[in-house]
Structures are given as structure tokens and as C-alpha cells.
Design a binder for this molecule. Structure first.
Ligand SMILES: [Zn+2]
Length: 273
């Protein structure tokens, strides 16, 4: 890899607010002046208990735009329906074209084992696209990539058929507050849908923007990143030495064997923190 190259990173999640699982990594890359694009494979039209369809998708698009304005991350949202994503040919071609247009060095996505079918199929679509992004006769009007991107899975807690295994770990303490600010932009999710569906604290949500943000910072979303720091403590200490013992919040990545296989030097160049 040449030093002069501008590295590009594509984080591919199923829904608005999924890419933020690697939000600390994204913020650190953006701070280095590198380009980061979030691609959500669905339009978000099902993630609510009161509103639905086009109105909800438009609201979630506006929320994603606020995250973009706040951080500088680019956002792309193909118009596949939330809750109905399939790993079909139409979806695969859309994924191949989206990856080629951005031409990333790195892709980060869900693991193919996950409770949500949209997450599983998003991962499947990335895997199905991984070789084909270089094949000129597939989607022939979209210029091919001349190399394979490195592909990684974002950390999760699922255990079967096998738990997440960290190849790269990251101290995100310095950007944790900003990561939570990203989540804070998804009002329809953090303060409405996720509490209703039981995936976030059911404690009463305070009124007012900053009061709500303080509430959010004391929910599972913060606890999850703290849990990863504990779970990956040995790897954090191996990477950061004694300082690894004091890391409060962490993220991690696992290599996907279908992407470019990076040397340790190349991985350090791509993630120099
Ligand atoms: Zn999701």
C-alpha cells in the first residue's frame, strides 16, 4: 500500500444506528482525515411502534444526516425495506455497485450470525460481493475494483455457532462521548423505539435534549462498550501495555477470510491507533 493513497473505509450495517457499533473506530479515522462512509442496507422503514413506511424512512434518513453533519461521516442508504432484506440478486448487485463506487480499502460489517435477519443478510451480501467487486462482467457498467478490500466483522456478543474472536482491538475512551453523541441523533430509536421494544432501558426518559443525552449515557449503550473493554482486556494489554489495564471502552474487529489478507504492518497503517 502506498503512503500517498487516501484510505477509505466503508462500514456496512443493516440499519441506521448499526454502523455506530464501530463508531469509535470511525471517529478516530475521521480525526485522521480519512474518508469513512456508512452504508445502511435498508431504509429503516420498520423500526418504530407508532410510525411506519415512507414517513419513518424519511425521518431516519434525516437522523442519519445529522450524524453526518456532526462527524463528517458520509452516509448512503439503499432503498431496501427494513425487516425484509433478502440476500438476492437485486440486492447483491446494489451492494456490489455501492462498494465499487466508494472503492474502499476496508469494509466493516456484521457477522453472519446474529439475531436479526437484516444483519445476517447484510453480512451475507458483503460476503457474496467480496470477490465479484473485481469481476468486470458482473454489473458491467460500474467500473470494477482492481483489488479486494480487507473485510472485517464488528464485535458482538453472539455465541453460536462461534463467538466473535478479536483480531484488532481499540481503546475508544477518547471518543466515547462523541460516539454517544452519534447515537443521540437517532431520536426515533434511542428515545422511542428501542425503549418500547425493550432493547434499551425502560426507565422514564427525561424531557429536554441534554437531559435525554445524560440518560442515554447511562444506558446499555455505554455498558456494552465497557463490557468489551473487560472482555478484550488481555488483547488490550498486549497492544497498549500497562495502559491497556485502564481502558474503559473498547471496540474490536475480526478478519473475514473473504477479503484481502492484511499483514500486521498493513493493518497498523490502516488503523494507526
Ligand atoms: Zn440493526
Amino acid at each position: 500500500m502506498s503512503q500517498a493513497r487516501e484510505y477509505r473505509y466503508m462500514i456496512i450495517g443493516a440499519h441506521q444506528d448499526d454502523c455506530e457499533s464501530s463508531g469509535g473506530i470511525a471517529l478516530k479515522l475521521l480525526d485522521l482525515g480519512r474518508r469513512v462512509r456508512f452504508l445502511t442496507a435498508t431504509n429503516g422503514c420498520s423500526g418504530h411502534h407508532l410510525s411506519m413506511g415512507g414517513g419513518l424512512a424519511a425521518r431516519r434518513q434525516a437522523e442519519a444526516e445529522r450524524v453526518s453533519a456532526l462527524t463528517g461521516v458520509e452516509y448512503e442508504m439503499p432503498d431496501f425495506d427494513d425487516g425484509s432484506l433478502m440476500p438476492g440478486l437485486e440486492e447483491r448487485k446494489a451492494m456490489i455497485a455501492a462498494i465499487r463506487r466508494f472503492d474502499p480499502d476496508v469494509i466493516i460489517t456484521h457477522r453472519p450470525w446474529d439475531y436479526h435477519p437484516d444483519h445476517r443478510y447484510t453480512s451475507q451480501l458483503v460476503q457474496d460481493s467480496s470477490f465479484l467487486v473485481q469481476v468486470p462482467n458482473v454489473c458491467p457498467l460500474t467500473p470494477v475494483m482492481r483489488r479486494m478490500p480487507a473485510i472485517f466483522y464488528m464485535q458482538d456478543d453472539f455465541k453460536k455457532p462461534m463467538p466473535f474472536s478479536p483480531d484488532l482491538v481499540f481503546d475508544i475512551d477518547a471518543v466515547m462521548e462523541r460516539k454517544m453523541r452519534m447515537y443521540h441523533q437517532y431520536v426515533s430509536q434511542m428515545y422511542e423505539w428501542l425503549p418500547w421494544v425493550g432493547q434499551l432501558s425502560r426507565d422514564p426518559i427525561p424531557e429536554g435534549d441534554e437531559a435525554r443525552f445524560e440518560w442515554l449515557k447511562h444506558t446499555e449503550f455505554t455498558a456494552i462498550s465497557a463490557g468489551y473493554a473487560d472482555r478484550f482486556r488481555p488483547q488490550l494489554q498486549e497492544k497498549y501495555g500497562a495502559a491497556g489495564a485502564n481502558v474503559r471502552y473498547a471496540e474490536a474487529l475480526e478478519f473475514c477470510e473473504y477479503g484481502e489478507q492484511l499483514t500486521p504492518e498493513a493493518a497498523r497503517e490502516l488503523f494507526p491507533f
